[in-house]
Structures are given as C-alpha cells and as structure tokens.
Design a protein around this ligand. Structure first.
Ligand code: FMN
Length: 197
C-alpha cells in the first residue's frame, strides 16, 4: 500500500513516499544483502564533530535475537512488529570522549535513522520507527553500555496484508497523513505561528 504525502510543493519522491506502515508480511525474509544498504546509509549521516554516536542492534525474525528485541517493545508495538522481518534497536552515545554530555547525540541518531528510512523506502522496503519500548530492558538484554542510551526501535520488512492487523492498527494504517502547514513551522525573521506557541 502506498500513502504518499500530499505535499504543498514537489519534494524528493522518496521523502513523499516514506510513511510508517504496520502491515508487515509475516512470510518475508530480508537477506544480509538487502539489509546492508540500510546500515550503510545510516553510517553516512552527518554528525557533530563526526562523532558518529549511533549504534544499532538487530535481529532477523525466527532468531533468539529477534525475540529479545521484540520483548523490549510496548504491547501495542509488539502486536504488529512480530510480523516484521528484522527488528532494530538504535542507541546513541550520551558522553563525549572528553567526558562532557553529548548534547547532539539524539540529533545525530535521528539523522542517521532518517537516512536509513529513506534508503529502505528507496529499496522498496517497509520501515517503521518507534519510541514505544523499554529502554532499560533493552540495555540489559542487548548489553548496551552505560555511556549509551537506547532511543528508538525500528521494524523493517515487506509490506503485507492490512487484514492481519488489529482493528485499531488497521484504522491507523488507512488514516490520512497529516502535518502542520509550513507557515506554522517556518517563518522568516520571527517565530512561526502565534506568540504563545
Ligand atoms: C521517535 C518516534 C517514535 C515513534 N513511536 C512510535 C511507536 O511507539 N509506535 C508506533 O506505532 N509508531 C511510532 N512512531 C511513528 C509515528 O507515529 C509516525 O512517524 C507519525 O505518526 C507520522 O506518520 P508517518 O511516519 O506515516 O508520516 C514513532 C515515530 C518516531 C519518529
């Protein structure tokens, strides 16, 4: 299923085509060759001082690693992510080499994941980022060191049949895509929108 963004002006097709699907094909298997470009794209994101604070732990469906990753997700996310081909948990470095807090760690991880999302869409894959997971459980089960923090889970696979989804998730799957207008997020010389926002 496609859900292209109804953009106000033309943008890169891959950005308009990206969305966050839940209907993963439970039979689909991703090969290492299909997964490699996603981490390669993530690797080439820019980062503060080229610090590259992002780290990814992943597992293919049917493996013990996948089950561990799945067990970290919130119940609602687990419900549809069990059909994904690959699950990922993404972490970022919270401390710099000089011992100071890595203020841009979240920013840099988000950019890296953004690159991964676009590469996946460009390669015909379904991909969905999530914040709904237990980060402390992930730390324990995935061996995430103290100076890193798990920020995002990601489900990757091939698009499947929305009929497999729960009623709630099917409704989300077909809901129209919405965004604030550009006038509410960007403005020349002053804060966009009303003074209260
Ligand atoms: C940081 C982050 C956390 C998110 N958490 C969840 C989540 O826990 N469960 C979920 O189903 N979707 C989650 N999403 C997906 C968003 O709901 C989705 O990106 C948003 O509704 C916009 O829809 P679109 O991605 O289809 O354009 C998350 C997305 C981001 C970037």
């Amino acid at each position: 299923m496609r859900k292209p963004a109804p953009t106000a002006v033309p943008i890169l097709p891959v950005i308009a085509e990206r969305w966050s699907p839940r209907a993963f094909d439970p039979e689909a298997v991703l090969t290492a060759e299909e997964l490699a470009p996603l981490f390669e794209a993530a690797r080439w994101a820019p980062s503060s001082a080229n610090n590259q604070p992002w780290r990814y732990v992943y597992g293919h469906r049917g493996t013990e690693a996948f089950d561990r990753l799945l067990s970290c997700l919130s119940e609602g996310n687990r419900d549809y992510c069990r059909r994904a081909s690959v699950l990922v948990i993404a972490a970022t470095r919270t401390v710099r080499d000089n011992g100071k807090p890595n203020f841009h760690g979240g920013h840099d991880l988000g950019l890296s994941i953004g690159y991964m999302l676009l590469q996946a869409v460009s390669n015909g894959l379904a991909i969905h980022p999530m914040g709904g997971f237990d980060d402390e459980r992930a730390r324990e089960l995935l061996g995430i060191p103290e100076h890193f923090a798990a920020w995002t889970a990601i489900a990757i696979g091939r698009y499947g049949d929305p009929a497999l989804l729960s009623e709630r998730h099917r409704a989300q799957e077909t809901a129209p895509r919405e965004r604030l207008p550009v006038s509410a997020i960007a403005s020349e010389g002053h804060w966009p929108g009303s003074a209260l926002e």
